[in-house]
Design a binder for this molecule. Structure first.
Ligand code: PRX
Length: 660
């Protein structure tokens, strides 16, 4: 990706926002209401976090108002301290009480074409029934509940039901393996799991319950498993007596009213596991108070959602994007969202555009990988559809190259829809660096920190720099911020707050140009961004070495025109193991089973040894430069410098084989 990113910095075109978009924007309305004349003045005024977020928090319901908007200090800021609230109340009860119950919350489309439209009132009743069902199983405030569901309405319903009774949800992406689910259930100490019999992917019914059973068998704290009937007769599942209950049977006789538990602003809402540079994935903790203000208000201003919009965030709820901007943000704003179960290209590459046309989607948000994939299929697919309902577009998850940006802008947006390139993370919970619909755009730049937030690019000494690469840091707190890593206090302080004390280290490399625009270039650490998914090289390596034939492994990213990075694994076999294509296939499968198909190496090279430091640490950096065809720099201090040429030769041989 490096070359494209360089060319991206040279992108000089500026796309001014359409006048009409600016005039009607929520941000303009907010400015008018506060007598703010210019956007510069808005950014200036918003530096007062107490005022800005205090104003926005008033849009939501609080059982008791907060004493202070933000207090404490890094790494333990506290937002809306003293406030009593419940995000579920804001997401649903409030709308039903305000007479908005008939509005559609979700238009769900299954992969096979089934459609379910759910109003706020229906959603509210389903949530309450499940909340009461969970209570009847003994789940109470503070208990952890695992959720392992595909993209069906029961997924947001389950999340909001947990929140309503003060239980903490931990959603695990349905594409994860049994082993990955087990790791997360065990670490989070989940008492119950909500899952489904299965779901459809590319037309095939997949058995989810089987994977859930395997994970639950190794998770001693799980007492109950609630199972959604999604496939019914299409597959057969095994229900364990006394442990498993069908969702429909659990909720059948439960009341459809349930009082929201009164939560402190700082009470835990959910855990979301994400990859780090070392060890197992870490449980990022988010809380009710600040998070609800953050996700709803950033969505309101960045994607400019209004009452008549149809919003489609085409991510999976199993990731933070879905938590914040399919579930909580849109529900709190009371908008109508599209929820799509399946693959973007099933049965044909125009499935997304068919959905946009059918439901008259007005604001659409996806990943650069998806855009590059659509680009490859060609513009004849979107051209078959009327996309004129679109007003604003967005991207997230990885840097977008200008070519893909322009294609998205012209072919999908018809040259009239500004593109919101939003930079944020599981940890930030909310958009951090992002345009507003009034921002002049530079293709490939996520532009500026959201009003009242602050970012810098630091050199190694911690000085802010402009026009050169450096470490992306956040220098002010933000309301959606994580409050820690579950059961890992030291890792939290160490990972994010120790490199530059008091300042949040994002883990990305970025540049700030002379106009103050931020250009995010990618991860600075041993985390790969593959198709917008965050994958720790250490995780893939440990999955590989858990195979009996593998002695050591190194995993690095290789630039990929569609996915951003692909996964390149280097493997040293144990004595007696024979390298073969079959073994490669077996190892790829092994990683799928240990983690998920998303972490599967795209290629494996068997090597006799790997470049190591004198203390025996594998030098991934050296391997990574070889993979990119770059000069690995000075390798004379390595314990085994001669290996560098050997590995290089093997990479070239592999390339020649691929080219054949
Ligand atoms: O490297 C950045 C990249 O995705 C990482 C965060 O990954 P995750 O926690 O899985 O959350 C993804 C969805 C919010 C970041 O450290 N990233 C995210 N958005 C962008 C991005 N890189 C460039 N541009 C973006 N807009």
């Amino acid at each position: 990706m490096a070359k494209t990113i360089e060319s991206l910095m040279k992108e000089k075109r500026i796309f001014e926002p359409p006048k009409e978009v600016v005039e009607k924007s929520n941000i303009k309305k907010f400015m008018d209401a506060h007598g703010i004349k210019t956007i510069d003045e808005l950014y200036k005024r918003a530096e007062d976090q107490e005022w800005f977020w205090g104003e926005l928090a008033k849009e939501l319901h609080w059982f008791k108002k907060w004493d202070k908007v933000v207090t404490g200090e890094a790494p333990y800021y506290r937002w809306f301290e003293g406030g009593k609230t419940n995000i579920a109340y804001n997401a649903i009860d409030r709308h039903v009480k305000n007479g908005k119950g008939d509005k559609i919350a979700y238009i769900w489309e299954g992969e096979l074409g089934e459609v379910r439209k759910i109003t706020y009132e229906e959603f509210y009743r389903e949530v309450n029934k499940l909340a009461n069902g969970l209570k009847s199983l003994g789940i109470k405030k503070g208990d952890k509940v695992g959720i392992y569901l595909p993209m069906i309405p029961e997924l947001p319903i389950a999340m909001v039901a947990c929140a309503k009774i003060g239980a903490v949800h931990s959603v695990v992406f349905s594409g994860f393996s049994a082993k990955a689910l087990e790791d997360r259930l065990v670490d989070a100490e989940c008492k119950a799991l909500i899952t489904a019999d299965g779901y459809y992917r590319k037309g095939e019914p997949l058995n989810l319950k089987e994977k859930a059973d395997e994970a639950v068998a190794a998770s001693p704290l799980i007492e109950h498993v609630v199972v959604v009937r999604r496939l019914g007769d299409a597959i057969s599942v095994n229900m364990v007596e006394g442990r498993d209950v069908w969702w429909d049977e659990l909720v059948k006789d439960k009341p459809d009213e349930c009082e929201a538990e009164v939560m402190d602003a700082g009470d835990l809402l959910f855990l979301m596991y994400t990859s780090g540079t070392t060890g197992k994935p870490k449980g990022v903790m988010h809380v009710h108070g600040g998070y609800q203000v953050a996700v709803s208000q950033t969505l309101r201003f960045v994607f400019d959602l209004k009452d008549d919009d149809v919003w489609w965030c085409a991510a999976d709820i199993g990731w933070i994007t879905g938590h914040s901007y399919i579930v909580y943000g849109p529900l709190i704003l009371g908008v109508t969202s599209v929820l799509y179960e399946g693959a973007p290209t099933y049965p044909q590459p125009d499935r997304f555009w068919e959905i946009v046309e059918k439901y008259k989607v007005t604001v659409f948000y996806t990943s650069p990988t998806a855009i590059r994939l659509f680009m490859r299929f060609g513009e004849q697919w979107p051209k078959k559809h009327d996309l004129s309902s679109l007003r604003l577009l967005g991207t997230v998850g990885e840097p977008i190259n200008p070519e893909a940006w322009i294609w998205y802008y012209e072919v999908i947006g018809g040259k009239r829809c500004p593109i919101m390139d939003t930079w944020w993370q599981t940890e930030t919970g909310q958009f951090i660096i992002t345009p507003l619909p009034v921002t002049p755009l530079k293709p490939g730049s996520a532009t500026f920190p959201f009003p009242s937030l602050a970012a810098e690019v630091f050199d190694d000494e911690g000085h802010p720099v402009t026009g050169q690469g450096g470490k992306l840091v956040l220098t002010k707190p933000w309301p959606g911020m994580l409050v820690g890593l579950y059961k890992q206090k030291e890792r939290y302080e160490q990972t994010y707050w120790s490199r530059f004390p008091g300042v949040y280290l994002a883990g990305d490399v970025a540049r700030k140009d002379e106009d103050g625009y931020f250009w995010i270039q990618g991860r600075a650490d041993d985390v790969l961004n593959v198709a917008g998914h965050r994958i720790g090289t250490a995780e893939v390596e440990s999955a590989l070495v858990s195979h009996p034939a593998v002695a050591e492994a190194a995993v690095v990213g290789k630039p990929d025109p569609i996915k951003g990075s692909s996964i390149q694994a280097f493997v040293i076999l144990v004595e007696g193991a024979e390298p073969s294509d079959d073994l490669k296939k077996e190892l790829v499968k092994h990683v799928s089973v240990e983690i998920s198909p998303i972490a599967r190496p795209d290629s494996i090279i068997f090597v006799p040894d790997l470049p190591k430091t004198r203390s025996g640490k594998i030098m991934r950096r050296v391997v990574a430069s070889l993979v990119k065809g770059e000069d690995p720099g000075d390798v004379t201090t390595l314990r085994n410098p001669e290996v560098v040429d050997e590995v290089k030769k093997l990479i070239e041989e592999e390339k020649a084989r691929e080219g054949r």
